[in-house]
Design a protein around this ligand. Sequence first.
Ligand SMILES: [Zn+2]
Length: 101
Amino acid sequence: MNEKQCCRCRRVKPVGQFGRDVKAKDLLKPACKDCHRVYDRRYCADPANAAVRRARSKQWLLDNRERKAAYTKAYVKANAKKIADRQRAYRAARRAAKASA
Ligand SMILES: [Zn+2]
């Protein structure tokens, strides 16, 4: 199965356009990423919902410290050049701002 129909927009899209859902039979979310993004934005526009998301995210980090540390370590290793470039650009911008002030 390489394609799936979205439950919201009804378009048939490649499976890469669907998020993962470990509880679903096909392990994919029923709505495509584009539709889910719209839903998410509307959901989090309510400060109460956004607070619930923030609290859940914070709790996950507390419960999965090792997992997060391993992920960060792998990311830094895989993106060393990107991170160094970004830091160089940041420092140059700060230097320029300081010089003109
Ligand atoms: Zn859709």
